[in-house]
Design a protein around this ligand. Sequence first.
Ligand code: FAD
Length: 292
Amino acid sequence: MKIIDLLNSDSLSLSFEVFPPKTETAFESVKEATEEIAKLKPAFMSVTYGAGGGTSKYTLDIAKNIKELYGVPTLAHLTCVSSTKETVREKIEQIKAARITNVMALRGDIPAELIDADRSVWDYKYAVDLIHELKSVNADFCIGGACYPEIHPESATQKDDIKRLKEKVEAGCDFLTTQMFFDNNLLYNFLYKIREAGITVPVIPGIMPITNANQVERAIKLSGSFMPQRFKSLVDKFGSDPAAMKQAGIAYATDQIIDLYANNITNVHVYSMNKPDIAAKIQSNLSDILGK
Ligand code: FAD
């Protein structure tokens, strides 16, 4: 099932993101966690891919398992930065062989040791290069791309970032998923600007439930996201009480989703990662709205 065909409903639907194990030993526990999430019957599940080969080995195994055992459509992430054409083509062949039709085409973060490298010799410099490659192998892939309501950290201006985003969409992105954000107004503003720039594909907002205080610093470092005062107060109040922080973080993410839906955004991607309890709680908080 192509993800693009799931995005035209008037009712709210959720998708969940998971990550593959880093080691063979962790495989079974990750498989179990992802299966628990699949049992919630989300619209789809996406499986991340480690840049530089870190956790890339098991992405397809996890994606294939969820799809085959639970019939949940899967989106396999793939990055291309500093990879050779040979490696990327081999991965694409494996995706085809696994009968996965949805691919999240990403550049990936530039590994620290390559920041100053001569990029002119790389086979893939940007996600757009990977999109061209995917399309040339199989025009029927349903392709997702990443977008950044608060601007990608390497872009000088939002105008530049949106110009590049448009090129990515024109190369063949069927839909876009956003980086996490904690203030919905940032998304509404971004949507206005990209629509004005002529980007018309569906945009799936990504919501990250922050359920422990340590995550806050990591999330800001990773995404550069703006933390509204309302969110900071919540961390100040509950950060030292793990159970209360978890409940408050889930409530905050639920509230963001309700506001998005109230503003006619019907597909929301939840970065609940490999935490079935968090995915389930968000879903149960929204049970009447979701009708399940
Ligand atoms: P690009 O679209 O290539 O953009 C990167 C930067 O280059 C931007 O500043 C853009 O404006 C600029 N740019 C683009 N094209 C050009 C051009 N032709 N000339 C000049 N500048 C250009 N990382 C992982 O390693 N694994 C994952 O599974 C993963 N999943 C993600 C899922 C989502 C929804 C998001 C939002 C991010 C994800 N990431 C993942 C992180 C992502 O790899 C990084 O944010 C990375 O730095 C950029 O990837 P991209 O595909 O957005 O790059």
